[in-house]
Design a protein around this ligand. Structure first.
Ligand code: GUN
Length: 286
């Protein structure tokens, strides 16, 4: 029997609808959430991501400003722009699309964004808050995965959760969110011994490796929920995830497709964080 296909597009549309409703209510009270998106250089993938972020803002009724800076922009110039946006009353959230050109320090950019406007949740203050479980912003990709799990009634409480990948953007914060929801969490990476056996224990398996077809059926427990965060190109240039879809589909209980799984959720969670930022900055707590 095939796995239940977890539809990130459907969940994303639902969440965007509820964000739009809330944004419209805020606007009635004179509050307009706004997102500033900064892109430095001409990276084609980044251009697409930024365009999609602008579109998502429109769909959710969120005001947006785009700053497209040339490749040769200095770190000082970029930090000066961020400093200005930190004090801009029209802007609730600031996002600098990564990667930035090599002559600019990614960490310096992250550190420069006011933590109350850091809708990526990359700033060390927000990373720390996630660690202790007292946070306004959830990191976008892990937050999107939690929304998908909730939509399909998959509760991490007491479950074996295995995350493959230890990046600051996905693997590490994913493990924390699952832990906050009482999962028993293991983080695997390139040096993990017995990777196959560890993965095959998982009731919830999150693959954030960045390698096409890395997760095979022998790494998956019968009936497990498998979340594929991968965005890779196969040898024919076709978009594919980290999971061997066809074979894992026959063994898993639930599976996210690529495209149409985790991808659509990430930007939606950015919208949710921008809304949250506007609320917190205006003293609205919920
Ligand atoms: N580049 C790839 N993913 C992301 C993301 O989530 N946020 C930012 N700022 N840059 C990215």
């Amino acid at each position: 029997m095939s796995a239940i296909r977890m539809d990130g597009k459907m969940v994303s549309a639902k969440v965007r609808g509820s964000i739009l409703e809330e944004v419209n209510k805020l606007k009635e009270n004179g509050i307009r959430p706004g997102l500033a998106v900064i892109i430095v250089g001409e990276d084609p993938a980044s251009q697409i991501y930024v365009r999609n972020k602008e579109r998502a803002c429109e769909e959710c009724g969120i005001y947006s400003e785009k700053y497209a800076l040339p490749e040769e922009t200095t770190q000082e110039e970029l930090l000066a722009l961020i400093g200005k946006l930190n004090h801009d009353k029209n802007i609730s959230g600031i996002l600098c699309q990564m990667p930035v050109p090599k002559h600019i320090s990614e960490q310096a950019v992250i550190d420069a964004i006011d933590p109350s406007k850091d809708v990526d949740a990359f700033h060390p203050v927000n990373v720390g808050k996630i660690m202790v479980g007292n946070f306004d912003f959830k990191p976008c990709t892990p937050a999107g995965i939690m929304e998908i799990l909730d939509e399909y009634g998959i509760d991490p409480k007491g479950k074996e959760c295995v995350v493959i990948g230890r990046s600051n953007i996905v693997g590490k914060p994913m493990a924390m969110l699952l832990l906050h929801r009482h999962g028993t969490v293991t983080i695997c990476h390139s040096r993990t011994a017995n990777l196959k056996e560890v993965c095959a224990r998982a009731d919830i398996l999150v693959a954030a490796v960045g390698k096409a077809n890395f997760v095979t059926a022998d790494m998956v427990k019968e009936g497990a929920a498998v979340i594929d965060v991968g965005m890779n190109r196969d040898e024919n240039g076709k978009l594919c995830g980290d999971v061997c879809f066809d074979e894992v589909n026959e063994k898993a209980g639930w599976l996210t497709p690529v495209p149409g799984g985790v991808g659509p959720m990430t930007i939606t969670m950015l919208m949710k964080n921008t809304l949250k930022a506007a609320k917190v900055q205006n003293g609205i707590l919920d």
